[in-house]
Design a protein around this ligand. Structure first.
Ligand code: NAD
Ligand code: UDP
Ligand code: UDP
Length: 321
């Protein structure tokens, strides 16, 4: 993709996905403006980019207006894991809703193309499986996950209304569970929990009976999908599912992590959290047809091995304990 002289804005650029996106855009020759309030982001994720002539960082909260000149916007700012987004649920909704309004206002003024990081959570606890983009979802509007799910749903509404009302070039991507290096080791999500538990030899916590399923996409495959989506023709807005359709139960995931870490950890049962979806798998046929042959390339075990190396490095260097 040719980005020209105008900067590419990445909100939430110090986070897990955002930092990988900054790397990819810089490698493609883009000038990247990264903004982040460091709520869940980590300076270490972008430390290697400090001083890079194509990289600029601003500490900023997307719930406040931002006046900069940019040609493309990737709006990723939002805590993504339940323990963080439930910490201050009102701020989570504000981040999705006020953040979307501000970034759409910015896109409108600068005539920038804008991508929204939406989520498979807009499908809630789905009654259709796997989930195509045409499925409207089954979301509890008043539960403990609602600040995230409904915030993201409202952001999608805003994107489509700015598109219809103001002709904005929008791209809405619904991301399914993604994992890889730079995930938070303590974010409570299943991949990070299981790997950390296995590396420490602690019991592996299976919530419920462990038969619930998820599909796990390796970060590089997802970022490749983002960049290809941004380059599609203006009339293709999405929403577009991106994820890896390989579906695993939590028991199967635990077994793979134990094997790859050579861990002595045993499985232990804990209660299933409220509103925990029983199954989730993306239907990626639209992405396969629209993104020029895009397809997740990294098998689960290969991606897990890279993620395990990353967490192991953090433990061995004493950055976490
Ligand atoms: P992350 O928590 O690592 O990154 C989010 C970043 O946004 C962090 O750096 C955080 O500090 C920043 N942020 C949060 N609130 C902000 C605010 N008000 N202003 C400015 N910055 C703010 O999470 P991630 O996994 O990299 O997720 C990135 C995006 O992708 C999120 O929008 C998330 O909802 C979406 N997503 C991620 C996944 C996944 O599996 N990782 C799945 C679905 C959707
Ligand atoms: N906005 C911004 N940067 C800009 C332009 C707008 O942050 O460069 C914010 C501004 O705070 C505004 C919001 O985006 O409230 C929505 O902008 P829009 O032009 O759609 O609406 P209005 O300014 O009329 O409220
Ligand atoms: N889970 C688990 N043990 C853990 C953490 C999570 O069994 O230590 C389960 C959780 O109940 C859910 C699945 O793993 O069914 C994925 O959880 P995560 O929070 O990673 O993602 P999400 O529910 O948002 O898809």
């Amino acid at each position: 993709m040719v980005y020209g002289r105008q900067s590419v804005l990445v909100t939430g650029g110090a986070g897990f996905l955002g930092s990988h996106l900054c790397d990819r855009l810089i490698a493609e020759g883009a000038h990247v403006l990264c903004i982040d309030n460091f709520f869940t982001g980590n300076r270490a994720n972008i430390e290697h980019l400090h001083g890079h002539p194509q990289f600029e960082l601003i500490r900023h909260d997307v719930t406040f207006p931002l006046y900069v000149e940019v040609g493309h916007i990737y709006n990723l700012a939002c805590p993504a894991s339940p323990i963080y987004y439930q910490h201050d649920p009102v701020q989570t909704t504000k981040t999705s809703v006020h953040g979307a309004i501000n970034m759409l206002g910015l896109a409108k003024r600068t005539n920038a193309r804008i991508l929204q990081a939406s989520t498979s959570e807009v499908y809630g606890d789905p009654s259709i499986h796997p989930q195509p983009e045409s499925y409207w979802g089954n979301v509890n509007p008043i539960g403990i996950r609602s600040c995230y799910d409904e915030g993201k749903r409202c952001a999608e509404t805003l994107f489509f209304d700015y598109h219809r009302q103001h002709d904005l070039e929008i791209k809405v991507v619904r991301i399914f569970n993604t994992y890889g290096p730079r995930m938070h080791p303590q974010d409570g999500r299943v991949v990070s929990n299981f790997i950390m538990q296995a590396l420490r030899g602690d019991p592996i916590t299976i919530y419920g009976d462990g038969q619930q399923t998820r599909s796990f996409c390796y970060v590089d495959d997802l970022i490749d999908g983002f960049v290809r989506f941004m380059a599609t023709s203006a009339d293709f807005t999405g929403p577009l599912n991106l994820g890896n359709p390989g579906e695993f139960s939590m028991i199967e995931l635990a077994e793979a992590v134990i094997e790859l870490t050579n861990s002595r950890s045993e499985l232990t049962r804990e209660p299933l959290p409220q509103d925990d979806p029983k199954q989730r798998r993306p239907d990626i046929s639209l992405a396969q047809s629209k993104l020029g042959g895009w397809e997740p390339k990294t098998p689960l075990r290969e991606g897990l091995a890279k993620t395990i190396d990353y967490f192991d490095g953090l433990l061995k260097s004493g950055q976490i304990n």
